[in-house]
Design a protein around this ligand. Structure first.
Ligand SMILES: *Cc1c(COP(=O)(O)O)cnc(C)c1O
Length: 438
């Protein structure tokens, strides 16, 4: 399997190179040269499979040439040692809970796979890879715990001092000895500027192999298809011949792109609802065929506040730049903050289920899609991208109840914070990075 760039002007690469590079040299995003397809026989063999069976079956199609199968199988078991429950909350309506990983958000699925793949490839070359990330919270914590304790890798995270929640800060500052948190006296833009400067610093380039682990990495994308495949196979047992409809709370559209991969591979998926907040550039594209990204606006679903989604170029690639084709598979629905808050409340009153704001956007969009398409009758799955405790203030406001903190999180809350406070000038970061090997 080879991967080429959506910008089509750099040479195709192996999954190893695509994983270690992240972004293609021409600035494009890597896509598989051909999406592998599961035959009906292969699918029927997987019908009663576990999550990890299905994950392995998918991963080997992409990585078998570069990762020995016994290692890949162990890697998958090590990544997904937590559950992925499909909870029935209404008639033919399910919530797929993607928040049982270490940082209580779906980004754990991608970050853990990326961490282990990076570690494997780095060990093969006897190299040390340094992952450098600027974070405003959620991505950084998934990366910290995704690379936690992985040999041949270390992570340096920059986060803005006083601008992340206490829970997020604990997640950023308590992972293993190979994860270094830098608390920057400045804002998120300062963190991003410092990281960008480090990537172009020739002196650092001589000393360290730096990578970025951001959400466009192909080794974060592929594993996100696992949970679509798994849910669709479970529903196929229960609703034969009626492929699942997935509603996906979207920001950079990586999650949705992974769902599309699962559908193209042949898993029983009928349609997607791309649920957005006020940052609705893809929703508008699906309506009219014009992509006009706008500056990001702040909403209560902060993880979806993306004005110019990075995975949009992959979506265009898979649909040959044709918005009508895209519209046959994906319906975009934008949900306002008021609707999100009222949905947390109404869903709780109707079903007893407490959903985080991002999940509520997905649930509301699923309901709107269904009322506009009565009679289509797909069993519906809302992807729950975060545990409600991560947004406990919004939940408290909507339903007047506290969300109990899961045990795993209590463990993280009790660990001592380990962070180095630095100023927002570049010399301090450069000095820190140069001293890593001492
Ligand atoms: C990152 C994130 C999203 C958006 O996912 P994309 O793949 O960027 O579309 C949605 N919800 C939560 C909680 C997230 O952390």
């Amino acid at each position: 399997m080879i991967f080429f760039s959506t910008s089509k002007s750099s040479t195709p690469v192996s999954i190893k190179k695509a994983t270690l590079e992240g972004l293609a040299p021409d600035g494009g995003l890597y896509v598989p040269s051909e999406v592998p397809r599961f035959s009906p026989e292969e699918l029927s063999l997987l019908a009663e499979g576990t999550f990890n069976n299905i994950a392995f079956a998918i991963a080997r199609k992409f990585a078998a040439a570069e990762v020995p199968l016994d290692i890949l199988s162990k890697l998958i078991d090590d990544c997904y040692d937590f559950d992925t429950p499909l909870v029935e909350i209404g008639r033919e309506t399910f919530v797929e809970e993607l928040f049982h990983g270490p940082t209580l958000a779906f980004k754990d699925y991608g970050a853990r796979f990326l961490g282990r793949m990076t570690g494997f490839f780095a060990a093969e070359d006897n190299r040390m890879i340094t992952v450098l990330v600027a974070t405003s919270g959620d991505t950084g914590s998934a990366v910290a715990y995704g690379f936690d304790g992985i040999p041949n890798t270390r992570v340096v995270l920059l986060y803005p001092s006083g601008k992340v929640s206490r829970l997020q800060e604990q997640q950023l500052t308590t992972a293993g000895d190979n994860v270094f948190a830098l608390e920057v006296k400045g804002d998120f833009d300062d963190c991003q500027r410092l990281v960008k400067q480090a990537f172009v610093d020739p002196d650092l380039k001589r000393r360290l192999t730096l990578t970025s682990a951001n959400s466009i990495n192909i080794s974060r994308l592929i594993p996100q298809s696992f949970y679509y495949a798994w849910a669709s196979m479970q529903l196929a047992l229960r609703y034969p011949g009626r492929p699942a409809l997935f509603s996906v709370p979207s920001g950079n559209y990586g999650n949705l792109t992974a769902g599309l991969l699962a559908k193209m591979m042949g898993f029983p998926i009928g349609h997607f609802v791309a649920a957005s907040n006020a940052n609705d550039s893809v929703t508008r594209y699906l309506d009219c065929g014009r992509f006009e990204p706008k500056p990001t606006v702040r909403t209560m679903t902060t993880a979806m506040d993306v004005g110019n989604p990075s995975n949009f170029s992959r979506l265009l690639h898979f649909f040959d730049n044709d918005f009508r084709k895209m519209g046959e598979v994906i319906t975009g629905i934008a949900i306002s903050d008021d609707e999100t808050a009222s949905t947390i409340r109404s869903a709780y009153e109707a079903t007893g289920y407490i959903m985080d704001p991002h999940t509520a956007v997905g649930y509301r969009a699923l309901e709107e899609y269904r009322s506009a398409h009565e009679g289509e009758g797909f069993p519906g799955v809302v992807l729950s991208t975060a545990h409600p405790v991560k947004f406990d203030e919004a939940i408290m406001q909507a339903i007047g109840r506290e969300v109990p903190i899961p045990e795993k999180m209590l463990g993280i809350m009790a660990k001592p914070k380990r962070a180095t406070l630095i100023g927002n000038g570049y010399e301090e970061l450069a000095g820190f990075l140069k001293n890593l090997d001492r």
